[in-house]
Every structure is written in structure tokens, then in C-alpha cells.
Ligand binder design. Structure first.
Ligand code: FNR
Length: 387
């Protein structure tokens, strides 16, 4: 077993252990992948100010997200097909999050259902909603999330039309995988994954199959997904959904100050500044580059979370220093899950926590809630001049 010291180590193991179509599904951006690449390379441009001879005892990374304290302001992002990276993946990730005391957000497109995750965890989790044309399905899934005691509804607004990711088409991505000669060849080297998968009955989109009228099996699910994401989604619909939910609402997929203001207007409790991990509009700017203008537009009225590109505790600290109240990680924990199941997710959280804590100390800070831009060196014109 290799010594694991950083998120990249988990990524290498994930690649080795999960079927290629699922690793590729995670490790892709849309079209040229420019935005996917810049999400991480833009973080690298920001540097820290080293400060010394400052008391570094009694440090704390505890911070509130939506009025609840967590071990660190880092949530596990909603990731479709998580249960294909590793058997029962959503349950394992939710358990790791619960033990670590960070929020877990379950995707609409998960393999384990809301009820599955509820039955295997105690801490309330967040539920991510994709808005579908089938209103009855949407009402129903909101009701199911309420019944499960979910503590926030995360409405994703940047994927009503799917960005094209070449590898998914070339690999014939499906859940469970179709047994073609090339899949079988790949699976022949992924025995542990296959055995674990044979040991669970959770191998399809269990939030959807059996809950949406027209979906009885996987074949019809594919056409259903393509047809069902509602391209007419607008702010009125989002406001109505907020009413229906009646609890905390987070709008996920905001990348423009004007849209951030709209989210404030409809009374959202938080936004997630995100470009969906570079999986949707290729050519959009990175989340970290767009963050300052969004922070300014929101003016402290609601919480601002950020995702897309975070691969270390140092990235977390940079996002907080640039004005985010919290962050979400997607791939960083999925690599851990694909590498080693629940233990891998815990390892990813441990790594990120340690990096966050140590970096904070070396910047001369003891409390994550007191972090501001003062700890950073940001290149002049980082946000760029775009017209
Ligand atoms: C996602 N993301 C996502 N978002 C969402 O709202 N619902 C979903 O079902 C999914 N599915 C999904 C699958 C995979 C494989 C990835 C990588 C991402 C986006 C996700 O929540 C988050 O915005 C990004 O993952 C953040 O970028 P990083 O941390 O992966 O760089």
C-alpha cells in the first residue's frame, strides 16, 4: 500500500481501482477542458504571506455554514453516480462526512436514494435538486427530502442542458456499465470493484427509478434524463420551489454578479459560486477568479460558498481569504472514495484539514473565521480585464 500524503495520491489510486468509464466521468471537463484546467491553475497563481513569531497555539478550523458549526467550512459536493465509483458510495461518503463533522450533499443523480442515505446516517444531510419538467417528480422528491430531514435544499441552476464531455460519449457511460468487450477487458483488471458491486443491490439511479412514472428500467432512464432536465428553468420557478421547500435554500452554479443579485432577491440563504467543476460552459472563467466581483455584488447579505478546482487545504484557505464563507469539494473526495471507499473519503478530509490548519498557522492565523485577504498575495489584475 503506497503512503498517501496528498489528494493526488488518492487520484492515482482511484484511476487504478475504478472502471475507466467512471474515473473518466469524474476527471473530465466539457469540450476543450479549458475551464476545468483553469479552475485549478488559477488557484496556483495566488500566494501566501509568510508571517512569523505569532502565537500559533490553540488553532481552530471550526466555522459555521448556514448557522451550524462544522469541523471546517468544507462540504462534500453533490456528485452524480457516486455509487459507481465504489459500491454504496453515497452512503460511505455521507458517513465519512458525518464522522468528520462536515456537511454532505446528496445528488438527485445518485445511486443510493435519499432514503438509503437517511437510513445509514444520523446527521442531517443536504439534498441537491435538478429541476425536471416532470413537476410531480420534483414535488415528490422535495417531499422525500423533507421526510428525510434534509437540512438544506441545494438547487443546481447551471445544468439544464448538458455540457458535452467527450470521454463519456466515447466510453458509453452508463450505470451499471454495459458489458461490451472493452468494458469487460477493463473490468478484468478491477476485480475488487466488481466484487463489491456484486455485493450490493444499489446499481441504478435509485432516486429516480421507481419514483418517476415513465422510468421503469435503465434503458428508458437514459432518454428520460436527456428529455427531463427543464430548459425553461427561471427565477420564478426557483422562487416557487423555495416556497414549496420551506427551509434553507442554496443556489448552486452562480458565476456572475448579476445572477448572484437575483439569488439574493429571491431570498436564497446561500449561493455556491461554481462552474460545475468545468463540466458545463467551457470558456467560462474559474470560480476563484469570479469570486471577488460576486462577493462585492452580494455585499454580505447571504452566505457565499465556492467550488470548482479545490484540491488542497491551501486552496480552501485561498477561497476563504478571497471572501468565501465556505467551500465544496467534488473530485477531491471522489478520488478518495474511488481509491479506498469510506476510508478514502476520510483520508481526503484529513489531508485537506491538515493542509488548511498548517497553512493558516504559517500565515500567522489561529482562527479560520478570522481569515481575510491580508494573508494573500494576489497578482495584480488577477480578476482580469474583460469587456
Ligand atoms: C458533479 N457535479 C454535480 N453537481 C450537481 O449539482 N449535481 C450533480 O449530480 C453533480 N454531478 C457531478 C459529477 C461529477 C463526477 C463531478 C466531478 C461533479 C458538480 C459538483 O457538485 C461540484 O460543483 C464540482 O465537482 C466542483 O468542482 P471540483 O471540486 O470537482 O473541482
Amino acid at each position: 500500500m503506497p503512503v498517501i500524503t496528498n489528494i493526488d495520491d488518492l487520484k492515482r489510486l482511484h484511476k487504478r481501482r475504478a472502471p475507466r468509464m467512471f474515473y473518466d466521468y469524474a476527471e473530465s471537463g466539457s469540450w476543450t477542458e479549458q475551464t476545468f484546467r483553469e479552475n485549478t491553475s488559477d488557484f496556483d497563481q495566488i500566494r501566501f504571506r509568510q508571517r512569523v513569531a505569532v502565537d500559533m497555539t490553540n488553532r481552530s478550523t471550526v466555522a459555521p455554514l448556514l448557522s451550524q458549526d462544522y469541523a471546517m467550512p468544507v462540504a462534500l459536493a453533490p456528485v452524480g453516480l457516486t455509487g459507481m465509483q465504489n459500491a454504496d458510495g453515497e452512503i460511505k461518503a455521507a458517513r465519512a462526512a458525518e464522522k468528520f463533522s462536515v456537511p454532505y450533499c446528496l445528488s438527485t443523480m445518485s445511486i443510493c436514494s435519499i432514503e438509503d442515505v437517511r437510513a445509514h446516517t444520523d446527521a442531517p444531510f443536504w439534498f441537491q435538486l435538478y429541476v425536471m419538467r416532470d413537476e410531480e417528480f420534483v414535488d415528490n422528491i422535495i417531499g422525500r427530502a423533507k421526510n428525510a430531514g434534509c437540512s438544506a435544499l441545494v438547487v443546481t441552476v447551471d445544468l439544464q442542458i448538458l455540457g458535452q464531455r467527450h470521454k463519456d460519449l466515447k466510453n458509453g457511460l452508463s450505470a451499471p456499465p454495459k458489458l461490451t468487450p472493452s468494458t469487460l477487458l477493463d473490468l478484468s483488471t478491477k476485480w475488487a470493484w466488481g466484487l463489491e458491486m456484486l455485493g450490493t443491490h444499489r446499481r441504478t439511479f435509485r432516486n429516480i427509478v421507481g419514483h418517476a412514472k415513465s422510468v421503469k428500467n435503465m434503458n428508458s432512464l437514459h432518454s428520460w434524463t436527456a428529455e427531463q432536465f427543464d430548459p425553461a428553468l427561471n427565477w420564478d420557478t426557483i422562487a416557487r420551489l423555495k416556497e414549496k421547500w420551506g427551509g434553507k435554500v442554496i443556489i448552486k452554479g452562480i458565476l456572475d454578479p448579476e445572477d448572484a443579485k437575483k439569488a439574493v432577491e429571491i431570498g436564497a440563504d446561500a449561493i455556491i459560486v461554481s462552474n460545475h467543476g468545468g463540466r458545463q460552459l467551457d470558456g467560462a472563467l474559474s470560480s476563484i477568479r469570479m469570486l471577488p466581483s460576486i462577493v462585492e455584488a452580494v455585499g454580505g447579505q447571504i452566505e457565499i460558498h465556492l467550488d470548482s478546482g479545490i484540491r488542497s487545504g491551501q486552496d480552501v484557505l485561498k477561497a476563504l481569504a478571497m471572501g468565501a464563507d465556505g467551500v465544496m469539494i467534488g473530485r477531491a473526495y471522489i478520488y478518495g472514495l474511488g481509491a479506498m471507499g469510506e476510508k478514502g473519503v476520510t483520508t481526503a478530509l484529513d489531508i485537506i484539514h491538515r493542509e488548511l490548519d498548517t497553512t493558516m498557522a504559517l500565515c500567522g492565523k489561529r482562527d479560520v473565521t478570522s481569515i481575510d485577504r491580508d494573508i494573500l498575495l494576489v497578482p495584480e489584475g488577477f480578476e482580469g480585464r474583460w469587456s
